[in-house]
Design a protein around this ligand. Structure first.
Ligand SMILES: *[C@@H]1O[C@H](CO)[C@@H](O)[C@H](O)[C@H]1NC(C)=O
Ligand SMILES: *[C@@H]1O[C@H](CO)[C@@H](O)[C@H](O)[C@H]1NC(C)=O
Ligand SMILES: *[C@@H]1O[C@H](CO)[C@@H](O)[C@H](O)[C@H]1NC(C)=O
Ligand SMILES: *[C@@H]1O[C@H](CO)[C@@H](O)[C@H](O)[C@H]1NC(C)=O
Ligand SMILES: *[C@@H]1O[C@H](CO)[C@@H](O)[C@H](O)[C@H]1NC(C)=O
Ligand SMILES: *[C@@H]1O[C@H](CO)[C@@H](O)[C@H](O)[C@H]1NC(C)=O
Ligand SMILES: *[C@@H]1O[C@H](CO)[C@@H](O)[C@H](O)[C@H]1NC(C)=O
Ligand SMILES: CC(=O)N[C@H]1CO[C@H](CO)[C@@H](O)[C@@H]1O
Length: 910
C-alpha cells in the first residue's frame, strides 16, 4: 500500500499529490473490509493485536501521530516526531510533511526504502539502533535540508553495494554523520560514495584495521572532526591514512587497537587542534609521541594520551625525550590519566611546553607524591588534577570507562566550566592577558614545596613556599597522603580551589598563611580529629569549605567561642556532615553571616544548640540522618524569620526518627501551615502514639487525628492527676492523723534536745528533774494542790512537775508539755470527766504514751479519780488500764492510805 501511494503520487505529479492523498486511504479501507469479511474474528483479533503492538502497514491509520509522539517544536516551524522504541519493522509512511525532526531509534527497521523521506523537510533524522543492512540509492532522496543523520549501531557493512554511489547525493547540507558501530570487519571505506557530503563537518565511523581515507574524502573540504569509534579495529596508522583530509581540526582515535603510528602520519595536518589517542592499551608513550614531532599545527591545543598502557602492566616512565617531542606545539591541555606512570625523569617538567595550562595525571602510581607541586616552573599552568593515585585495579573495573562525576565542575579540570574552556581555546596561548608574571621567582626565600619539606622544622619558618605563579586548581584527593598539616607560609599565589579530600591528613595544625586567594577547600574524609584554632587564619576569602567525614565532634564541642571559623567571614558553603556531632556550641558559627548552605547530615544530633539567627542568607540546612525527634523550636523560629526576610529556606529532615506525639503536635501543625520547603517531604515518617511508623505524607490527617487523640489524652490526664492528688492527700492526711502524736512528740523532742543541750550540756536518761509530772484538768487543780503536794512532795520528798507552777513562762504549751513528760520519771494522769474534756490533757496523755513507746519505760500512771464508763474512755487509755497501770482513788480513810502508798510505789518503780 505504501508503494501504491507513491506510484499514485508519482504519476499524478506532486502538484496534485495532496488532493489524491486520500486514495490510498480509501483503498486501504476497502481492503480491510474485504479481509474482515473473509477472515472474521480471526482477523479482528489479529488487527487489534497489530494496532496495539506495532501499528505496522497492514492497519496503517492516516495518523502517524497515534503511534508516535508528535509535538510542535517551540520557536521553530515544523513538527517533532518521536517514534523511538516502538518496535517498528519499517519506517511508517505518511510522515507529516511539516516534520523537521524525526527519531526512529531503538526499533527493528531493516530497510530504508527509496524515496521514503521525499517531500519532508527533515533537518534531524535518527535511525540508530535498528537492523538496517544496506542503503539504497534513493534512501535519502529529498533530504536536502538534513543536517544531522545518525545510523549508529546498525548492520550496514562497508561493501560498495551497501553504500551505492550517489546514496548521499541529496544530503548537500548534512553536517553530522554517525555510521559507527555498524560493521566490525571493514576493509576499506567506499570513499567515492562519501564524496557527495560537501557540507559534512563531523564524521563518526568504525576504524578499519589500517585506516585509508580514499580520494573521495578529499571533497569533504568542510570536514573538521573525525571520530573513529564504535567498532574500531585500527592497529596501524600509516603516513597515507589521512592524506586526503589535511584540514581536519579534531581527530579521535580512542579505544582502538593502535600499536603503530608512522612518524609522519600527522604531518599533513595544518589546523589540528585536538588529538585523542586514549584507550589504545598497547600504544605506549614512545609510539604515541613519535608522530607529534612532525606535527606542525599552530592551532594545536589538546592532547589526550590517557589509558595507553595495560592497567595491569608494570609501572611506566615518562621521559623528557618523549615530552620534548611536542614541546614545539603550543599545547594547553594534556591528559595522562590511568597510565600507571611510576617515574618521571628529572627533566620532564622542563621539556613540557610552557604554554600548558591544564595537566591531568589522575590514577597513576608516581614514586614521589609531591611531584605535581614541583610544577612551579610551568608559568602558565592553571590546573593540576593529580587525584586518585596508587590505586589497585580490579579486573572488571576499567577506570577509563567510568562516567566522570560532573557534580560540581567540569570533568577534567573542574575549575573550568565549558564556557571557560571555550573562551580559552579561542585565545592564542601566548595571549596571557589574564595571567600574572612570576614576580617572586628570584627571591631566595621562596622555595618549591619539595625543598621546603626537606628543611628542618626550625628552618622552615624562614622560607615561603613557591607555587606555579598561575596555578588556580590543585586536586590531590585520594592520593593516600598521610601527615599532619604543619605551619606553612605560601608565597604569592592564585590558588582558588584545593581538593585534599580522602587522604590521611589527621591533624590540622597550621596556620596556613598566604592562602588569601583560596575560595574552595575540601579536606573531607581525612580521619582528622583536631583543628587548631588558627588553622584557617590565612584563608580569609574562603567561600566553600568541605570538612565532612572526619572525627571533629570534639574539636567543635570545645570551641565555645567559635575561634576556628572566625576568620572565614565570607564562607557560603559549609559541610561538616558525618563527624559524629552530638552537640554544637551556640557560638561556633557566629562569624558566618554570609552562610547559604549548611550540611550537618549524618551526625548524631538530638538537640539543636547552634545559633544561626544572624545568617540572613541561609537557604539550605541539611539535617538528614540525625537523631532529632522534631524540628527544634529555634529552627522553626529561624525558618519563620527567613520567610519574613524573604529568603527561601529549605530543610532536609530525611532519615530522622520524628515523633507524632502530643508533645510534637506543635511542630506538626507548624509544618502543615508553614511554607518552608522540606527535601523529599513525602518520604518523611514518624512514630505515632501507638509506636507505629507512619508516613508524614498526609500531614493534615495526622494533625487532625492527633489533635483529637491529644484532647482526650488531656482530659484523661487531668482526671488521672486530680484523682491521684485526691488519693495521695487522703493517704497522707490519714497517715498524719494516725501518727499525729508521734509526729508531735518527735518534733518537740528534737526541738528540746537542742535547748536542753544548751541548758544542761548533758542529757542523761536516768536523771530526771522531776519524779512525776501531774497531768490534770484545771477544774481538778484543788486535788493536786492540796493532796498531791502535801502527800508526795512534803511527806515523801518527791519533786513534782505541776503545770501551773513549774511550766516556763513564755514557752509554747506543747513544748512545755513534752519537756515536762521527758524530764519527769512518770506522768500521772488524773482521770476525771474534766480530764477527758480537756484538749491539753489528752495532749499530755498522748505525749506520755509516746514517751513510753520511744524510751521503753513505763511512764504513765493513771489515777482513776472518778468512775467513768469504759465506752467514754479513749482507746489508748483503755489499753493502758488493761495493763494494770492504774491506781484507783478512794475517800475511805484506810483505802486512802493504801492509795497513797501504792501511788508512791508506782512512782518510784522503774
Ligand atoms: C503540520 O501539518 C498538519 C497537517 O498535515 C497540521 O495539522 C499541523 O498543524 C501542522 N503543524 C505545524 C506546526 O505546522
Ligand atoms: C536498541 O533497541 C532495543 C530495542 O528497542 C533496546 O532494547 C536496546 O536497549 C537498544 N540498545 C541501545 C544500546 O540503546
Ligand atoms: C567520539 O565519539 C564517541 C562516541 O559517540 C563520543 O563518546 C566521544 O565524545 C566523541 N569524541 C569527541 C571528541 O567528540
Ligand atoms: C581523554 O581520554 C579519556 C579516556 O578515553 C576520556 O575519559 C577523557 O574524557 C578524555 N579527555 C578529553 C579531554 O577528551
Ligand atoms: C607557538 O607559538 C609561538 C609564539 O606565538 C610561535 O612562534 C610558534 O610557531 C607556535 N608553534 C607552532 C607549532 O605553531
Ligand atoms: C578531585 O578529584 C576527585 C577524584 O578524581 C573528584 O571526585 C573530585 O570531584 C575532584 N575535586 C574537585 C574539586 O573537582
Ligand atoms: C542516610 O543514611 C542512609 C543509610 O545509612 C543512607 O543510605 C543515605 O544515603 C543517608 N543519607 C544522606 C543524605 O547521606
Ligand atoms: C511564614 C509562615 O507561614 N509562618 C507561620 C508558621 O506557623 C506559625 C505557627 O503555626 C505562624 O505563627 C507563622 O506565621
Amino acid at each position: 500500500m505504501f508503494k501504491i501511494r507513491h506510484q499514485v503520487t508519482k504519476q499524478l505529479g506532486t502538484a496534485y499529490a495532496t488532493s489524491f492523498y486520500a486514495w490510498p486511504l480509501i483503498l486501504n479501507g476497502v481492503l480491510i473490509k474485504l479481509l474482515r469479511m473473509a477472515m472474521l474474528q480471526c482477523v479482528l483479533i489479529f488487527g487489534v493485536w497489530a494496532s496495539l503492538t506495532s501499528g505496522t502497514v497492514l492497519f496503517v491509520e492516516p495518523q502517524l501521530c497515534t503511534i508516535c509522539e508528535c509535538r510542535s517544536k517551540e520557536g521553530l516551524t515544523g513538527v517533532k516526531v518521536d517514534c523511538s522504541n516502538r518496535s517498528l519493522k519499517e519506517i511508517p509512511p505518511n510522515i507529516p510533511e511539516n516534520t523537521t525532526w524525526l527519531n526512529l531509534k531503538d526499533n527493528f527497521i531493516e530497510n530504508i526504502t527509496d524515496y521514503t523521506f521525499k517531500g519532508t523537510k527533515l533537518s534531524f533524522l535518527d535511525i540508530s539502533n535498528n537492523s538496517i543492512t544496506r542503503l539504497n540509492r534513493f534512501s535519502f532522496f529529498g533530504l536536502d535540508t538534513l543536517i544531522t543523520l545518525n545510523l549508529h549501531n546498525n548492520k550496514i557493512n562497508m561493501e560498495p553495494e551497501s553504500y551505492p554511489i550517489g546514496v548521499f547525493k541529496s544530503l548537500v547540507n548534512l553536517q553530522t554523520l554517525d555510521i559507527s558501530s555498524n560493521d566490525g570487519s571493514i576493509i576499506e571505506y567506499p570513499s567515492e560514495s562519501f564524496s557527495a557530503l560537501l557540507s559534512l563537518e563531523t564524521l563518526k565511523m568504525d576504524g578499519t584495521p589500517s585506516i585509508v581515507l580514499g580520494k573521495g574524502f578529499s571533497y569533504l573540504t568542510n570536514l573538521k572532526m573525525l571520530n573513529f569509534t564504535g567498532y574500531c579495529k585500527t592497529e596501524n596508522i600509516t603516513k597515507n591514512s589521512f592524506i586526503n583530509v589535511p584540514s581536519i581540526e579534531k581527530l579521535v582515535l580512542s579505544n582502538c587497537r593502535i600499536t603503530l603510528i608512522d612518524s609522519f602520519a600527522f604531518s599533513m595536518f595544518s589546523k589540528l587542534q585536538f588529538l585523542d589517542l586514549s584507550g589504545n592499551r598497547e600504544l605506549g608513550f614512545d609510539t604515541a609521541t613519535l608522530p607529534l614531532k612532525n606535527l606542525h599545527s599552530a592551532a594545536f591545543r589538546i592532547l589526550n594520551i590517557s589509558c595507553i598502557y595495560d592497567i595491569f602492566g608494570l609501572g611506566n616512565e615518562l621521559t623528557s625525550v618523549q615530552v620534548a617531542r611536542f614541546k614545539h606545539l603550543n599545547i594547553t591541555e594534556i591528559y595522562l590519566d590511568h597510565n600507571r606512570i611510576q617515574l618521571f625523569d628529572d627533566w620532564v617538567v622542563y621539556n613540557i611546553s610552557l604554554t600548558v595550562k591544564i595537566v591531568s595525571i589522575r590514577d597513576n602510581i608516581p614514586t614521589f607524591g609531591f611531584y605535581m607541586l614541583e610544577f612551579d616552573v610551568l608559568k602558565n599552568i592553571i590546573c593540576i588534577d593529580a587525584s586518585y593515585q596508587y590505586f589497585t585495579h580490579l579486573p572488571f573495573y576499567d577506570n577509563c570507562n567510568v562516567k566522570p562525576d560532573r557534580h560540581y565542575f567540569h570533568n577534567n579540570c573542574p575549575y573550568f566550566n565549558e564556557a571557560n574552556i571555550n573562551r580559552m581555546s579561542n585565545k592564542h596561548p601566548h595571549d596571557d592577558s589574564d595571567l600574572i608574571e612570576d614576580q617572586v621567582s628570584d627571591t631566595d626565600s621562596h622555595i618549591p614545596l619539595l625543598s621546603w619539606i626537606s628543611k628542618s622544622e626550625a628552618e622552615r619558618d624562614q622560607y615561603k613556599i613557591k607555587l606555579a605563579p598561575n596555578i588556580q586548581y590543585i586536586n590531590i584527593s585520594h592520593i593516600k597522603l598521610g601527615c599532619t598539616i604543619p605551619r606553612m607560609t605560601f608565597a604569592k599565589n592564585r590558588v582558588k580551589i584545593l581538593d585534599f579530600s580522602s587522604n590521611i591528613l589527621n591533624k590540622w595544625h597550621g596556620p596556613i598563611l598566604g592562602s588569601t586567594s583560596l575560595e574552595w577547600l575540601s579536606l573531607s574524609n581525612n580521619y582528622c580529629d583536631q583543628i587548631n584554632e588558627d588553622f584557617f587564619k590565612g584563608s580569609i576569602n574562603l567561600i566553600s569549605l568541605y570538612i565532612g567525614s572526619n572525627f571533629l565532634s570534639f574539636t567543635f564541642e570545645s570551641d565555645i567561642r567559635g575561634s576556628i571559623f572566625k576568620p572565614l567571614r565570607k564562607l557560603e558553603i559549609l559541610d561538616i556532615s558525618n563527624n559524629q556531632i552530638t552537640v554544637l556550641p551556640s557560638a561556633l558559627l557566629h562569624a558566618q553571616v554570609k552562610l547559604k548552605y549548611l550540611d550537618l547530615s549524618n551526625n548524631r544530633m538530638k538537640q539543636w544548640t547552634l545559633d544561626i539567627f544572624h545568617m540572613n542568607y541561609l537557604t539550605f540546612i541539611d539535617l538528614s540522618n540525625n537523631s532529632l525527634s522534631t524540628l527544634p523550636l529555634s529552627l522553626r523560629k529561624f525558618s519563620d524569620l527567613q520567610q519574613a526576610r524573604g529568603t527561601n529556606l529549605t530543610i532536609n529532615l530525611l532519615g530522622q526518627s520524628l515523633l507524632c506525639t502530643c508533645e510534637n503536635l506543635d511542630f506538626l501543625k507548624w509544618m502543615e501551615t508553614n511554607t518552608t520547603n522540606f527535601v523529599r517531604r513525602n518520604e518523611y515518617t514518624c512514630e505515632n502514639l501507638h509506636g507505629k511508623i507512619v508516613s508524614l505524607n498526609d500531614l493534615k490527617a495526622i494533625v487532625l487525628n492527633l489533635e483529637k487523640e491529644c484532647a482526650s489524652w488531656t482530659v484523661m490526664i487531668v482526671v488521672l492527676t486530680s484523682s491521684m492528688a485526691v488519693i495521695i492527700t487522703v493517704i497522707v492526711s490519714s497517715v498524719i492523723y494516725r501518727y499525729r502524736w508521734k509526729f508531735r512528740y518527735l518534733y518537740y523532742v528534737r526541738r528540746n534536745k537542742y535547748r536542753q543541750c544548751a541548758a544542761h550540756g548533758n542529757d542523761h536518761d536516768d536523771q530526771f528533774d522531776f519524779n512525776a509530772f501531774i497531768s490534770y484538768a484545771d477544774e481538778d487543780r484543788q486535788i493536786v494542790i492540796t493532796d498531791m503536794i502535801e502527800k508526795l512532795e512534803k511527806q515523801q520528798g518527791m519533786q513534782l512537775c505541776i503545770h501551773h507552777r513549774d511550766f516556763l513562762v513564755g514557752e509554747v504549751i506543747a513544748a512545755n508539755i513534752s519537756n515536762a513528760v521527758r524530764n519527769s520519771k512518770k506522768t500521772l494522769i488524773l482521770l476525771t470527766k474534766n480530764f477527758l474534756k480537756s484538749y491539753w490533757c489528752i495532749y499530755e496523755l498522748n505525749m506520755a504514751l509516746m514517751e513510753s513507746i520511744s524510751t521503753g519505760r513505763n511512764v504513765v500512771i493513771v489515777i482513776i479519780y472518778e468512775h467513768i464508763p469504759v465506752k467514754d474512755l479513749p482507746h489508748e487509755l483503755v489499753q493502758l488500764m488493761r495493763n494494770d497501770s492504774y491506781v484507783e482513788y478512794t475517800d475511805d480513810p484506810e483505802g486512802n492510805i493504801v492509795f497513797w502508798d501504792s501511788l508512791t510505789k508506782a512512782i518510784k518503780a522503774d
